[in-house]
Design a binder for this molecule. Structure first.
Ligand code: G6P
Length: 369
């Protein structure tokens, strides 16, 4: 069984470590940074649908829904198209307003999630254009979509999604760049810069994975906590949600993800000297604000763990523990900042002696509602 797992103890760890390759495979042949091009035939063939879309609705569940939230930030910034991100289960039952011309992006690792599938069927009947961002080739959602882009992440066995998530982010980032460039809503310099930044992601992920001992140590230190709070802003807000979801799934520790500023409207009441608070605090346009939020938690004696940018000399002096990631443009940062959080949940689950590949009560793919 160890052979199947490529020498790793668990599929989850193997899949986390595959990410430099899976992200590379996703970008390969599509991202041509040298010539400033993105080749995605599914988008290319339907560019008008995207450019003229009055809005884009993203439909997904679970981790895929978090990828959708990152896409909301990307598409609104780079394409200036309003985006709504919907839980498939809510969207399908509330008689949503869908018009001809609306573009629906469905995100699904398995391509078989029942709620997502049914939500798409009815939107399709209403005349929406359905674009699938799917990992499983030939799956129901990919067949139902008018067009799509596969994430090429390979089979994902661990119940908690890891490499499929970064594959989704890579595809959605390329889509936003391609559409924004065609629409003329991205400044040319930023476009070029982001292509180069995206191309550099596999190497940077490799860098994070080279030495995970700090993360293992942090996991052991906090494994007996009863609750965790995960906070982030901007592009890293969905990553805070994803960090909390991963921890819940794998370690059964109660965890909540929140936008960092929103913590004042509730979660801050939970802060005491027992509560670990994980900040996704990489160097971006929200950095100063996150620094203030860290101070607010420290002033209430919370334990602060930060995902921070290598070379940052402020955060490490304030936080109890840090997990470093290489510097990146904020629109690309989620692809890096999620990696330490995947590892954190893995090592907490491991330290607790839990079955990280098959957590209790969870299914890899929820094909019944
Ligand atoms: C289940 C899995 C999650 C996944 C979600 C959506 O809950 O355990 O890892 O994110 O379904 O699945 P999908 O295949 O549609 O991405």
């Amino acid at each position: 069984a160890r052979i199947e797992k490529g020498g790793y103890d668990h599929f989850m760890l193997k899949e986390i470590h595959e990410q430099p390759d899976t992200i590379f495979d996703c970008l390969r042949g599509r991202l041509l940074a040298q010539s400033g091009q993105i080749m995605m035939s599914g988008v290319e063939n339907h560019l008008d649908a995207f450019i003229n879309a009055p809005r884009i609705i993203i439909v997904a569940c679970g981790t895929s829904w978090h990828a959708g939230l990152v896409a909301e930030y990307l598409i609104e910034e780079l394409c200036r198209i309003p985006v709504e991100v919907e839980y498939a289960s809510e969207f399908r039952y509330r008689n949503p307003v869908v018009h001809k011309g609306d573009v629906i992006i469905a995100i699904s690792q398995s391509g078989e999630t029942a709620d997502t599938l049914v939500a798409l069927e009815s939107a399709k009947e209403n005349g929406a254009f359905i674009f699938g961002v799917v990992n499983a080739v030939g799956s129901s959602i990919s067949r139902l979509s008018h067009a799509g882009a596969y994430t090429h992440s390979g089979p994902e066995i661990g119940v908690a999604s890891t490499k499929a998530f970064t594959g989704q982010l890579a595809v959605l980032t390329m889509m936003a760049l391609k559409i924004g460039f065609a629409k003329g809503t991205i400044d040319e310099t930023r476009y070029q810069h982001l292509l180069v930044e995206l191309e550099a992601v596999p190497e940077k992920v490799k860098e994070i994975l080279k030495d995970t001992s700090a993360i293992e140590r942090i996991a052991k230190k906090y494994k007996d906590a009863s609750d965790f709070l995960f906070l982030g802003r901007g592009y890293n807000f969905p990553i805070a949600l994803e960090g909390a979801l991963k921890l819940k799934e794998i370690s059964y520790i109660h965890a909540e993800g929140y936008p960092a500023a929103e913590m004042k409207h509730g979660p801050i009441a939970l802060v005491d000297d027992q509560l670990p608070v994980v900040f996704v605090a990489t160097k971006d346009s929200y950095y100063q604000k996150i620094v203030s939020n860290v101070q607010e938690i420290k002033a209430r004696k919370g334990k602060v763990i930060c995902v921070a940018t290598a070379g940052d000399d402020v955060i490490p002096g304030m936080a109890d523990d840090v997990m470093l990631v290489p510097d990146a443009d904020e629109a690309i940062a989620p692809l890096l900042s999620v990696i330490p959080l995947q590892l954190l949940s893995y090592y907490v689950g491991l330290a607790k002696g839990l079955d990280v590949d098959k957590p209790r009560n969870l299914a890899k793919s929820v094909t019944v509602e």
